[in-house]
Design a binder for this molecule. Structure first.
Ligand SMILES: [Zn+2]
Length: 331
């Protein structure tokens, strides 16, 4: 058995609509009479060529999910796939704005997704939580609306609040109020930064949004002072190497800064982001990066451990999962 297949895994950064297997999208699209042939090729894989066509493929694929049962099927399918690769914990970004455009209430969207998480857990034991995200390029009022909705409709499996969307639009200060509201309600906080934006985007997210986790964050490597700050403040990066390579941030995995960040003492986790769009899976992220950077099983175990330590779940669940990771016999 390959090294990476043995190591237990955990994921903190995956957009649930972006995790939809093309076959599931095709099946539901048929029922809804939506034509998805422009975004799924003859081999059954998503078809896109640049950031603009990626976004339109993503939007069309997401648009087929319209009923709570569709979302249950989506989250159950994804968590079963995670569990099959050795994951014991996963967090997914959920997008209340997507639910609205699908004509669903926030509550039925969350209940649908939660039903899928529960079914996958009953069968495989995998734990799952949800992080509701606001869309940055929809503006501060929209993100605040999402925060309000999440806070006033608490659900035991929605344990985090985050910021996704185009990082190049809107200063983090604009979203401080939404994050304060979510933080005061006890939700864990994370924000995408340092993917398409540079080090200043990460510093501003830390200063204005008070997050202890950053989605991507890899462009911190462009500032030694920021790398030192991330290490000193024990900030956790949700790194998605395959996604960054697919979107052209780095030409090949070998040039990805994840290993430099790790060696500088920054706390790293490995994640798949929008896996079928980037022809990846969480297992593949573990195996390809391990091969590229000569990481050992112990190195991989540290990533999983970091993910669970930084997870937005209760202490008892964390301790149980950490014991599983620590007690696993490797190699
Ligand atoms: Zn993301």
């Amino acid at each position: 058995m390959a090294v990476q297949e043995q190591v237990l895994k955990a994921e903190l950064h995956c957009h649930i609509e972006g995790a939809a297997p093309p076959a599931l999208v095709q099946k539901i699209a048929k029922r809804e009479e939506i034509d998805v042939s422009s975004i799924i090729d003859a081999k059954g894989q998503y078809r896109w060529s640049d950031f603009t066509t990626f976004l339109s493929a993503y939007d069309l694929a997401s648009s087929v999910f319209r009923r709570p049962g569709d979302y249950a099927q989506l989250s159950e399918t994804y968590f079963r796939m995670l569990a099959a690769e050795g994951a014991i914990y996963g967090e997914i970004f959920i997008s209340p704005d997507h639910a609205t455009s699908a004509g669903l209430s926030y509550r039925s969207y969350v209940e649908g997704l939660a039903a899928g998480l529960e079914r996958a857990k009953a069968d495989t034991g995998i734990e799952g939580r949800m992080i509701a995200v606001g869309v940055r390029h929809f503006g501060a009022a929209s993100v605040e609306r999402v925060a309000k909705e999440v806070v006033s409709n608490p659900h035991p499996l929605v344990t985090g609040f985050g910021l996704a969307g185009d990082e190049r639009e809107g200063h983090p200060a604009n979203f401080a109020r939404a994050f304060r509201m979510a933080g005061e309600a006890g939700l864990g906080l994370t924000a995408h930064a340092g993917e398409f934006g540079g080090p200043e985007s990460i510093s501003a997210a830390l200063d204005f949004l008070r997050v202890r986790r950053i989605g991507h964050g890899v462009r911190a490597i462009e500032s030694t002072a920021l790398v030192d700050r991330l290490a000193a403040e024990r900030i956790v990066l949700e790194v998605c190497p395959g996604s960054n390579a697919a979107l052209g941030l780095y030409p090949v995995l070998r040039f990805h800064p994840v290993n430099l960040l790790r060696r500088a003492g920054v706390r790293i986790t490995l994640n798949s982001d929008d896996p079928p769009f980037f022809r990846t899976t969480l297992g593949r992220e573990y195996s390809l990066t391990a091969k590229t950077f000569n990481w050992t099983q112990e190195d991989l175990r540290v990533f999983t451990r970091t993910a669970i330590e930084a997870a937005f779940c209760d202490k008892a669940t964390k301790e149980r999962l950490l014991a599983k990771v620590d007690n696993q016999k490797l190699g």
